[in-house]
Write a protein of this length. Structure first.
Length: 369
């Protein structure tokens, strides 16, 4: 009988293979420029973190996309999303390490990268897709659609073909945004579920009461600002009127196609309901889940912004190695918002003492015992 073998640290992590992957285009570390190893390692490290983010996204998404999500599993979803947020926070800080590379030191080997570009990070594209960024939202690279650009490059190498398979797989999956909307759609509102025959009436009554409470608050705020001479009366009245119209449009999903409006309206009502009455026991974790998703997108926006500033500091506004407009393109991507409703709802939230009274309060954990 053979003796069992036990792995060493270096065997378990396959360090001999991993530490032999920093040779650059020459495949030989001895031929690297002085600061090139630094550049390679930093980006390889980010790609490893991206790999973990993708796994965590799928774990969180799969739970949200299930037909039902028991209350005791919501903390599990929050746990995995928080891990992603900490990874992104770490990646943002990692740009400080990148910036120890001076412009002249980078220029010494920058031409080796052409036509390679950070945009070709298929894992970052995969993260965007899994989160729910749609193709129509993407900025083009010049006149070329982003995915067309990647597909053209992917056809040129086995590694590119693998990258495209990953992207194609992600594009066929349910996104975190879609899964979140499915979960929100099932949220009980004033004790009513989508299966209830009168559910639409309950939702409309809640939204109407919320809108009326908001209009009452809006008038109070307007008078307070007029008395404080915050701005000319006509300008303030116009702005507050516009805000009230935007609130109504958001709550009742007036900009959504009529065939999808009832569903969109219920999702937005669930958002408002969870955010407004978050102190109720059964809404505490759902509200934390929503806040963690907002933080996820915020961290991704900060990552994009920090990336753009690092690039600007290192190479200014040169044309990117992949042929893009460089910093100008990176700055545009900071405008991406995947979870638009989660950001928009903050504009319509009310103070606690201005909220409409909630019915069926025992449904959310305040039953007498």
């Amino acid at each position: 009988m053979s003796k069992p073998t036990f792995p060493t640290y270096w065997d378990y992590l396959r360090l001999d293979e991993m530490l032999d992957l920093q040779g650059g285009v020459e495949g030989d570390e001895d031929q690297l420029m002085p600061d090139e190893l630094h550049f390679i390692l930093v980006h390889q490290t980010m790609e490893l973190w991206f790999k973990l983010i993708i796994r965590e996204l799928r774990l969180a998404r799969d739970h949200l996309a299930a037909p039902t999500l028991p209350e005791d599993r919501v903390p599990y979803v929050v746990h995995h999303l928080r891990r992603i947020n900490e990874i992104l926070r770490l990646c943002v800080q990692q740009f400080q390490v990148v910036e120890t590379l001076t412009p002249q030191d980078f220029l010494a080997f920058r031409d080796k990268l052409v036509p390679a570009s950070g945009f070709q990070s298929f894992q970052l594209r995969e993260i965007e897709i899994l989160m729910g960024l749609e193709e129509a939202q993407r900025f083009t690279l010049g006149k070329v659609q982003a995915m067309d650009y990647i597909k053209k490059l992917a056809d040129k190498s086995p590694a590119g073909a693998r990258a495209w398979r990953h992207i194609s797989t992600a594009r066929a999956e349910t996104t975190l945004r879609t899964a979140l909307h499915e979960w929100l759609y099932r949220t009980p509102i004033r004790g009513s579920n989508p299966e209830n025959p009168d559910d639409e009436s309950v939702v409309n009554e809640f939204l109407t009461a919320y809108l009326q409470a908001g209009e009452k608050e809006s008038k109070k705020q307007l008078e307070h600002m007029i008395q404080a001479n915050a701005a000319p009366r006509e300008a303030l009245e116009g702005r507050f009127q516009s805000a009230r119209e935007q609130t109504r449009s958001f709550l009742f999903a007036e900009e959504v196609d009529e065939s999808h409006r009832v569903r969109a309206k219920r999702i937005r009502a669930a958002l408002v309901f969870i955010e407004s009455y978050r102190e109720l026991p059964l809404l505490a974790w759902p509200r934390l889940l929503l806040d963690t998703v907002v933080e996820l997108e915020e961290q991704l926006v900060l990552f994009r912004h920090r990336h753009a500033r690092m690039v600007e500091r290192t190479i200014g506004r040169r044309v990117g190695t992949g042929g893009s407009s460089g910093v100008d393109y990176l700055d545009k991507t900071t405008q991406y918002r995947i979870f638009q409703e989660l950001w928009a709802v903050r504009t319509v939230l009310l103070r606690k003492d201005a909220l409409p009274e909630i019915e069926d309060i025992e449904t959310y954990g305040f039953a007498n015992t």
